[in-house]
Design a protein around this ligand. Structure first.
Ligand SMILES: [Zn+2]
Length: 99
């Protein structure tokens, strides 16, 4: 039964042992399968966290650029092309990440 598992919980065991202490198989994997599931979940969560942090960073940059644009209007100053391009680029990035 144990050798039907692909990883952990006795995968690779051919002696019918019930645990690591009974097993003499050189390639048996007695790591709890939960450890593999938790590792996979951790990788998925880290990837998701990275995506979320990137979105947050882009939103912060967008808000900073908006503040800069508002300041221009308050001062009656024409916003620079650089600022307008930055806003356009960030707006696009935010739009893509929501889609
Ligand atoms: Zn075994």
């Amino acid at each position: 039964m144990a050798n039907k598992l692909w990883k952990g919980d006795g995968a690779g065991c051919r002696c019918g042992a019930h645990g690591r202490n009974e097993c003499g198989c050189p390639n048996a994997d007695w790591t709890p399968s939960e450890v593999y599931r938790i590792r996979d979940l951790n990788i998925a969560l880290l990837a998701k966290q990275f995506v979320m942090q990137t979105k947050i960073d882009n939103l912060k940059k967008y808000l900073d650029a908006k503040d800069e644009l508002l300041a221009c209007y308050r001062l009656g100053k024409r916003p620079s092309e650089t600022l307008l391009n930055k806003l356009e680029k960030l707006n696009k990035l935010i739009g893509e990440s929501n889609g």
